[in-house]
Structure formats: C-alpha cells, structure tokens
Design a protein around this ligand. Structure first.
Ligand code: ADP
Ligand code: ZN
Ligand code: ZN
Length: 748
C-alpha cells in the first residue's frame, strides 16, 4: 500500500500533548477530508484500539519508516467541534503572523493542570457558651496556656479558620484533640469551588440607556437577528456609556443561547469593572488574568467548555476560551498595545477575534475613546460599521484643558517641575478638599541619568538602554535588572554635573511632598503594585479619600472612577512623543486623552494641565481639544507620506545571536536573499536596513533588524514564508534566531 500524504495527530488537546504528535498515513479516499483541525479516529498502541485525535500538521513525506506508519481509520464528520476550530485558528495564526505550528497551538490551548481541590477547614464550637466559660476558668487555674488561648478565641467566635488558628495561636494537635474529645468543638471541612470572582452584593440601580446608546444597541441587534455578521466600532469618549451598550448587546446574545468573550486590557480589568458585569450577569461570568495559576486558568476553561458560564472576561488570552456556541466577541479599548502578543506568534487579538468570529458565525464589537488608526480607517473603507457616542452619559461637561509651555517656565526662572499654572490649581484644589491626579507617562523613559556638561547618558552594559536612577544612589536597568552605583562625576568628561534627567514617579512624589507638605500623597507604579492586591489597595485608599494626590504612571489613567478628582496634571507630555517609533504621536494622543478623561467625572467640573516642551504639536493640541477626527487626519497624512501602517504594511525581521559578528553576517545574508527574491518575483516591496535594533543588545543577545514595507499584506506573508524556509534549511544560520512581527506595536 502506498500513500501520498501524512498527518501529524495529537491525541488530546493540551500543551503537553504537543510533545507527543504521532504521524499517520492518509488513505487517498480520505485526503479531501483530512484538513488541519479535523477530528479523526486512529488505531493506537499494540492492540490497535481506535481512539480520537486531531490533525495538526500535513506533509507529503513520512518521518519514520513506512512499515511502521499506520493509516487513519476515519475522519469524524458532522458539525465541527470546538477543538477543530481552535486548531484551525492556530494554523491561521501561524500562517498570518509567523512562527511554528507548535508556537501557535500553545497559544490557543490551555496548559493542562490537575485541578487541585482546595479545602477549607473550620473549628466549630458545639459546647454551650456558659459551659465553655466554666471550662475556660478551670484551664486558667491549671495554667494550661495553649488551651486557654483557643478557649478565649471560642468565647468570642463560634467558628474559627482551622489553619489560621493553629498558626496564630500557636497550638498543636494535642490541644485540638483534647477539645474534640471533650465535645467542645468539631472540625468541619468543605471544598471550595474555585470561582475567581470576589463576590459583592449588588447595590446598583438599573440604568436606562440614553437615545444614542439605545440606537446603537437596536441597530446591532437588528443586524444580528437578520443573520448579518459585522464588525462594529463604537467610538465614544471615556464615560460616554460604552460598557452599558456592551452589556445590553451581551444580554440579547446570551438570551439567544450563545456565549460571549469580553476582552479588556489587563490594566483596566479592575474590581470595579468586573463587579459591574457580575451585578448584571451573576455567576454566569468568569474572568481570566495573568495572576491566576495554570490550574485556575484550566478550571475556567473547563467550566466554559462544560457550559457552566456564558461570559468570559479577560485580556488577550481569553480569546481562546473554548465556548461551544460563541456568539459575540467584544474588544474594549481596542487601540491598546497589549492586544498585540510580544512573543511568537506575534498576533493581534483584534485580527484573531475577527477570524474566530468568521469561523463560528459570531460578530465583533470594538470600543475605544481613541480608536487605533487601523480600525478607524477600516470604518472609512466600509469594512467596519462605525457608531459614535458624543456625550458623557452622566451630565458632566468636558474638562477645561490648559497647555503649558515648559520653555516659557524656564525663561521665567521657574525650575520646579510644577508650572505656575499647575501649582496654582493644585493649591486651590487642596484648599477645597478635592482630589488631584499627577501623571507621568512612562517609567522607562524618565529618570535617566545624563551629564549636563557633555550630554553623556548612563547606559546598561548588557542592554544598551539608559539606566534609571533609584533610591540609595543606585542605577537600575529596567530591562535586565542590572544595578550599579550612581557615579559622582561623569565617566566621559569628569564633570560633576551628572544627574537624573526628567522625573520618575518616585521623584514626583518627593517633590509634591516638599511643595505641599500638608497634602496626603499616594504613588502607584510597578514598584508599589508588585504585591498581590497592591493595585487595589492603593486605588481604594484613593477612592475613599485617604489621600489628596495620586501620583502614577499610565496605570492610573485606566478605567477608574474617582468622583472627587477635579484636576489632572500631566507632568511631561513629551516623554512619549519622542519614543522613537512611528506610533509615538498616536500613543501620546491616546495617553493625553485618557488622562484628561479622568478629570471631572461627576458633578465637579474638571481641569487638566498638560506640561510640554512642544505646545504646538498636533497630537497635544488635538488631545487638548478632544478632537479625534482632526488628529486622525493629521496623523494619516504622516503615515501616508512615510508609508507607515495603516497606509501600508510593515514586516519587521529581527535577527538575533549571542555573537555580534554572527548577527551582523546573518542579517546581511537575509537582506541579500530578500533582495534576490524581490527581484526575481518582480514585487515592489521596499527594504529598510539592515541595522542594529534600537535595543541593539538585550540580555547579552545582539539584535539586528530589517523593515519591509508593502501595501499588500499577502506579499509580506509570502516573503515571510520564503524567509522561514531559507533560514531553516540553508545551513548558514546556526546560532542565530529569526523573528517576524507584522505591523509592530512596540519599538525594537
Ligand atoms: P465607558 O465604558 O464609555 O467609559 P460607562 O459605560 O462606564 O462608559 O459609563 C460611564 C458612567 O456613566 C458609568 O458610571 C455608568 O454607570 C454611567 N452611565 C452609562 N450610561 C448611562 C445612562 N444611560 N444613564 C445614566 N448613567 C449612565
Ligand atoms: Zn560629561
Ligand atoms: Zn540591562
């Protein structure tokens, strides 16, 4: 018997099974059915027992000797199962964004972890209280201290947490046994079902949608009932009521017996947000987040598969929740960079969401106050349907925005990081007992140390990025963690005018305390939120008015409602403007718009102060005016002129090696192969580079880049496929790595 094609089969769908794929032959009569993702029956083991598997790869060559290969028995037909969809989706991700099939499968599959059932043990008092008091007195007289400690506790509480009691009261099992033997207590244990949501009972009154919101919901549901499946973009400023629209649409979809995935960036996945969904949909929702263990995540994925929940809320990875009957995917804050994966395959969640929806007959709702240029352009091309929410849902007027020119401040001899305007408004707010948020856009860019005489910047010897000044005169690399002492004089020119430039959150906190010693200040950044719950602690302290001023990074501008905040200060708006990649202006616009949206959420009118060295830059002016359309037009001019996305597509190639000359040689080889391919295939792609990456060395690995631009995405995919083959099989690239990133979101 001879065969023409072969299939790689996995037996069950989990990360672990990827290490065990088995090759089977495909009989000719099955070849049209044997596609990636297809469920199959295969003979397995010595007895050739028939078991279920899925096809994850196809090839024309056998990997083992022919007489050992068994044929697939049959392809299971009928409605495609969820596993088939996910495997096919993985295949599509691999094709569209690069990487191996294994990388892609790992992205869509859960890590299988045995579900550890947690037990909660309690100590329950069963003796009447007056008898207990008697026993207590006796033991007191006998001076048996350990017994007295527990009895004391039992006199105030009928029920004690077993583990906690043992630990805090420092008692051993003899004492517990004595209590049990004398019928004073019994031990009760119950299993805790792992629900990741901390429940809190609802206090919300139902909301009636306004006309704008209502019209959007009705239009979307009308399309849905007519069997039309579109992608919608809801453009509405922060607080315009997008979330309420999502929830009404979700209700309709669930009522039709379908399930819903809600993507929310991790940073905005706050207690407040989850609670709103919980209030509305109760136990039928679940969440995923990166702090959960593999076991907890696996639990939630099983619950989804078993039909125990209807809504999964989470960041990017929630996209792969194995719902059997998916009806809707919502992507909130669709412009967020975190929707792009940083590891191979470097997929974009919005694009994958659209593909998954297409495979399963679902539809998509995207929402943002500052839509990505990509999405907004698709609306103008008719690929998405655009809806706009123009006003804040709660009657609040937009904030008043001041742009302050920092150059002017210096001329006026004001060397403080607070402009005169900001200081004046801060004093006024503090005297009125209102709250203030001070925003510094990014940790990595601020606090770098430079010499004011010669301009020398202190850099990490492993990563080639600037070191950041920290407490105790230490300099720290935020990329690799390298730490060194702050020099007293400039290593380059010997001048003593070497100091931290710009301002980090810590520095701002210090300066606020110096200027306003009577104000209560909280700081929120990656340092103060490292511990579990750190986030929540700071936010609720601020919400409960335990502080007057909250200083923080972009963490503080997302999704939190603080009714008493009436002033937002943006300390240095330029830090993100010159970040050195083509999305810098867009990111600046987004950050400023979001920060401005924090001021004046309720009855108190808000004010915003933007401090900048570039008061005439369009991203700053349009953000101050809240004019998205104008920003979009200006920015598109630049993108078109430079052929940057979304005007064209960019494919980034990253070549890496531990040895510098290997990296250099490899990237030149790749560039030559690329040029050759472009010439012979007569395509018009434009090559930029090769060059050292902006981060030319990281964790002792050298990084080189090539950028390729083309208006046609498929041509770039073709180039990727060609290069992948060339790189793996030409034999010239040992000790080197090659990664692809389509339309990158971050700088390299
Ligand atoms: P977004 O998601 O656009 O930021 P939200 O849906 O969170 O906006 O709404 C902002 C605030 O306004 C929330 O407190 C919400 O409960 C409230 N809200 C939304 N829609 C209405 C409405 N129609 N009537 C009254 N309050 C509303
Ligand atoms: Zn110097
Ligand atoms: Zn480093």
């Amino acid at each position: 018997m001879s065969y023409h094609s072969y299939a790689d089969i996995i037996i069950d769908i989990s990360h672990e099974s990827l290490d065990k794929t088995y090759q089977y032959a495909i009989p000719d009569e099955l070849s049209s059915l044997a596609v990636i993702g297809a469920p199959v029956l295969v003979p397995f083991g010595k007895g050739n027992r028939l078991i279920n598997g899925y096809i994850v790869g196809l090839s024309t060559e056998p990997k083992i000797s022919l007489d050992k290969i068994k044929p697939i028995s049959s392809v299971v037909e009928g409605a495609p199962v969820i596993e088939s969809h996910l495997i096919y989706l993985a295949y599509w991700i691999k094709e569209t964004f690069g990487g191996t099939m294994n990388d892609a499968l790992k992205t869509v599959m859960p890590v299988k972890k045995a579900v550890r059932i947690k037990e909660q043990r309690n100590i329950i008092r069963i003796k009447p209280i007056d008898e207990l008091r008697q026993i207590y007195e006796e033991q007191l007289k006998k001076n048996s201290k350990a017994r007295v400690r527990v009895l004391e506790a039992l006199l105030t509480d009928n029920e004690l947490d077993y583990d906690k009691t043992i630990k805090t009261l420092n008692i051993g099992s003899p004492v517990i046994n004595w209590l049990i033997d004398n019928d004073i207590i019994r031990i009760e244990s119950k299993q805790i079902y792992r629900n990741p949501i901390d429940k809190k009972s609802s206090t919300r009154t139902p909301i009636r949608l306004n006309d704008e919101q209502q019209a959007i919901v009705e239009n979307i549901i009308k399309d849905y009932n007519e069997g039309k499946r579109y992608t919608y973009l809801i453009h509405g400023i922060t607080g315009s009521g997008k979330t309420e629209v999502y929830m009404d649409v979700i209700s309709e979809v669930i009522a039709a017996g379908k399930q819903v995935i809600v993507l929310i960036p991790e940073i905005a996945l706050t207690y407040q947000t989850v609670n709103r969904f919980y209030d509305r949909f109760g136990e039928r929702i679940s969440i995923l987040n990166s702090r959960m263990s593999d076991g907890e995540r696996y639990d939630q994925s099983l619950r989804a598969k078993k039909g125990e929940i209807d809504i999964m809320i989470g960041p990017r990875s929630a996209l792969f929740t194995p719902f059997k009957n998916l009806g809707l995917i919502i992507v909130d804050e669709e412009h967020e960079g975190s929707y792009k994966s940083e590891t191979t395959p470097k997929y974009h969640a919005v694009e994958v969401a659209i593909k998954r929806a297409e495979l399963t007959g679902a539809f998509i709702v995207l929402g943002s106050a500052t839509p990505s240029l990509e999405s907004y352009r698709k609306c103008s091309l008719g690929e998405y349907k655009l809806y706009t929410l123009t006003k804040r849902a709660k009657e609040a007027s937009p904030p008043k925005v001041w742009i302050v020119d920092l150059r002017e401040e210096l001329k006026q001899k004001n060397r403080s990081i607070f402009s005169r305007k900001l200081k004046e408004l801060m004093e006024e707010r503090l005297s009125k007992q209102e709250q203030i948020m001070l925003f510094i856009n990014r940790r990595g860019f601020s606090g770098f140390v430079s010499c004011r005489s010669c301009g020398h910047v202190m850099r990490c010897s492993h990563c080639d990025i600037s070191l950041t000044s920290h407490v105790n005169n230490k300099l720290l690399c935020h990329y690799c963690g390298h730490e060194e002492q702050m020099p007293r004089t400039c290593p380059s020119c010997g001048s003593k005018y070497i100091a931290a430039f710009g301002t980090g959150t810590q520095k701002v906190e210090e300066l606020v305390k110096r200027e306003f010693p009577w104000a209560r200040v909280l700081r929120m950044d990656t340092d103060t939120t490292k511990n579990k719950g750190g986030h929540q602690k700071i936010l609720s302290a601020f919400a409960n008015h335990k502080a007057d001023i909250l200083v923080g990074t972009q963490m503080i501008v997302k999704g939190h409602d603080f009714p008493l905040v009436s002033l937002v200060g943006i300390i240095a708006a330029d830090l993100s403007l010159y970040a050195g990649d083509f999305r810098a202006s867009e990111r600046t616009f987004q950050l400023l718009s979001q920060a401005a949206g924090r001021a004046g959420r309720d009855a108190i009118p808000g004010e915003v102060v933007i401090q900048t060295y570039h008061p005439d830059h369009y991203s700053i002016i349009t953000a101050a005016e809240g004019d998205y359309e104008e920003f979009y037009e200006q920015e598109m001019l630049y993108r078109r002129l430079m052929q940057y996305p979304p005007a064209a597509h960019i494919l980034l190639l990253l070549v890496t090696s531990k040895e510098e000359d290997k990296a250099d040689k490899a990237v030149v080889h790749v560039a030559e192969a690329l040029k050759e391919y472009i010439r012979t295939n007569e395509i018009a792609s434009q090559i930029i580079g090769p060059a050292p990456a902006g981060l030319a060395k990281a964790k002792d690995i050298y990084r080189r880049v090539i950028y390729i631009k083309d208006e046609n995405y498929d041509i770039l995919v073709g180039l990727k496929n060609y290069l992948e083959g060339y790189f793996n099989y030409s034999g010239q690239f040992t000790g080197c790595g090659l990664q692809f990133d389509f339309n990158p979101m971050s700088s390299y």
